[in-house]
Structures are given as C-alpha cells and as structure tokens.
Ligand binder design. Structure first.
Ligand code: GRF
Length: 215
C-alpha cells in the first residue's frame, strides 16, 4: 500500500535535488506530487526548474521579513494553503524555527552531503576531504531544532578517491543524493514512520515500518 505524498520543496540554490524528485515523479518512479516550491534567494535556479516543470512556485525572500519567526510563519502559511503534508528541504540554507517544525511535526526532511553525525553544517564535502576520510556519503534525516541533528532516515556511502578534489567528490555525492532522496521519499509513502526518543540520552531515532496491505 502506498500513499501519494503531497510535497512542498524549499530551496535556496541550484535545485538539482528538486530536479531529481521532479524527474522521478515524471518517470512514475515516485508516487508523489509537488504542491509548491518556495525559494528564498532571488536567483535560485530551483525557481526556473519548478517553472519549467509547471509546478507552482513562489519566491519568499527571508530578507523581506523583520524576524525569522515572521519569515517562517509566511512559509508555513503558503505550505499549508497548498495542502502540503511533507516539507522537503533541498539545499535550503536557513534554520527553521521551532514554531514551524511544530506545525509539521516529524514531517520536515533534509538531505546533507555527508554521513551524519560526521561533518554537519556548511561544506560537508570539504570537511570530509579535510579530515582525510576514505568513505563519505549523504544522509536524509528529519529536521529538528539543531543543525543537521535530527533522526536519520537513510544514508548512502561514497568512496573518497586519492585524487579527489572538492568538485570531483561533490559530483559523486550529488549523484548519490539524488538517488537517496527519491528512494527515501518512496519509502516514506509506503511505510509508517515511527520516531522514538531515548528517555536518558534524549536521542531520537526514526524507523520505517511497512504499511499493512489494505484488502
Ligand atoms: C546538497 O548537497 C544538499 O545535500 C545540501 O545542499 C545541496 C543542495 O544541492 N543540503 P541542490 O540545490 O539540490 O543542487
């Protein structure tokens, strides 16, 4: 049994992950619809990608709002108004307020270009190269109030080659991201998401359980 996911995508830049989701839906490989794309940077290429795909897209620029709360409130209004169930961050370079996260509790997901909890924050690919790790990758996780700290949903590994520079490694990490994001969204549609919190460490864990077949 699967549910058609109603997605809202937030992006700040290139939007290659957005494109991967658009393409997977187009090929019939992902049972989802993108109800709204929002970009918060005036020149985000993600805007044109959404337009080209005929998807409803808005520019909501954080600089036009006096506070983080006011910006997030506007985002939430637009997403709720569009009927969005899952908020998908695709290169969205803003931290979200707790009020926003509460409105979409355990329904905001992000992709990060490293194997969290290693190398959170900006330039995850550069951080991996600088650390000299032999394996890196990407992580899809639920978003919480921290920086790339929410419960992990899925990860994919990428081997680091001796002759890699940031550009060459980024190319392979991004390819892995595009596959992992689509695959994880597909699983979210066909599974029940359960988030548990360890009473002592307070660490949250996410698990996905197959939905029962409805006969
Ligand atoms: C990706 O590397 C993603 O992991 C990070 O931001 C980048 C966005 O790339 N959060 P794109 O805009 O989807 O091409």
């Amino acid at each position: 049994m699967t549910a058609t996911l109603k997605l809202g995508v937030l992006a700040s830049g290139n939007g290659s992950n957005l494109q991967a989701i658009i393409d997977a839906i187009g090929r019939g490989e992902l049972d989802a619809s993108i109800e709204l794309v929002i970009v918060n940077e005036p020149n985000a290429k993600a805007f044109e990608r959404a337009q080209a795909a005929g998807i409803s897209v808005q520019r909501i620029l954080h600089r036009d709002f006096p506070t983080r709360e006011a910006f997030d409130q506007k985002l939430a209004q637009a997403l709720v108004g569009a009927g969005v169930q899952w908020v998908v961050l695709a290169g969205f370079m803003r931290l979200l307020t707790q009020a926003f996260l509460d409105q979409f509790a355990d329904r905001v997901i992000n992709i990060h270009p490293a194997l969290l909890p290693a190398f959170p924050g900006v330039r995850g690919i550069r951080q991996a190269l600088d650390a000299g790790v032999k394996v890196t990758g990407c992580t899809v996780h639920l978003v919480d109030h921290g920086v790339d700290s929410g419960p992990i949903l899925a990860q994919s590994t990428v081997a680091v080659r001796d002759d890699d520079d940031e550009a060459s490694l980024a190319t392979r990490v991004h390819e892995a991201e595009h596959q992992l994001y689509v695959a994880t969204l597909q699983r979210l549609g066909s599974h029940k998401l359960v988030v548990t919190r360890d009473p002592i460490s307070k660490q949250a864990h996410a698990t996905l359980h197959p939905l029962e077949d409805s006969k």
